[in-house]
Design a protein around this ligand. Structure first.
Ligand code: MG
Ligand code: ZN
Length: 207
């Protein structure tokens, strides 16, 4: 590559993909009342730390409620808006929010499809890389509390962090879903974010 084209190459930000339930907010199963969506205590501080460090924070969440006929897709958007508002009240900003409303065994035909966006399929992450042009795929992390989150990271070829909130502890002890091997197991989302920021710093120094 010529020097001139190097100079024109735009700066790309590291990105942290964040699961929603059990990672940013308390895992309580399907949430029918938006007021029942409650942030985990460390969530706003964690997202603020990403904002301040110049990392993109992108939500990627499976929400099969519409496919199962539990509530309309607009309710998923309302829940995500509630999450973003609760974070914003504490000065924390999500750069983008992506969700999958599908489930292959759902009862609502429109959503009962074998899609390419339900985690651990990579559709949501691929959409983010396509739509947000300043993301650095070589410095990308997925943080979540389920085996599917870690498997998503592996399928997308990015780093994987498990949190011990939500289902995380049960997954890591072998009581729930299946065993996975994340790059780091964090106590919670703030611990995860601190490890990621340090990991990026380490990689920068090694480069
Ligand atoms: Mg989760
Ligand atoms: Zn989907």
């Amino acid at each position: 590559m010529s020097e001139a084209s190097c100079q024109r190459r735009p700066y790309r930000r590291p990105v942290v993909f964040l699961d929603r339930d059990g990672t940013l907010n308390v895992e309580v199963g399907y949430i029918y009342d938006v007021n029942d969506l409650v942030l985990l205590p460390e969530a706003a501080q964690a997202v603020t730390a990403l904002n301040k460090a110049g990392l993109a924070a992108v939500l990627v969440t499976n929400q099969s409620g519409p496919a199962r006929g539990f509530y309309p897709e607009s309710h998923v958007r309302a829940l995500n808006q509630r999450l973003a508002s609760l974070l914003a009240e504490q000065g924390a900003r999500l750069d983008a929010l992506y969700y999958c409303p599908h489930h292959a065994q759902g009862s609502v035909p429109e959503y009962a499809i074998k899609c390419t966006c339900r985690k651990p399929a990579t559709g949501l992450i691929e959409r983010a890389f396509a739509e947000l042009e300043d993301l650095d795929r070589s410095r990308a992390y997925m943080v979540g509390d389920q085996s599917t989150d870690i498997e998503l990271a592996r399928n997308a070829g990015i780093n994987a962090v498990m949190v011990n909130t939500g289902f995380g502890r049960a997954v890591m002890s072998g009581e729930f879903q299946w065993k996975v091997d994340p790059d780091y197991v964090a106590a919670n989302i703030l611990d995860a974010v601190r490890w990621i920021i340090a990991d990026i710093g380490r990689a920068g120094r090694d480069a």
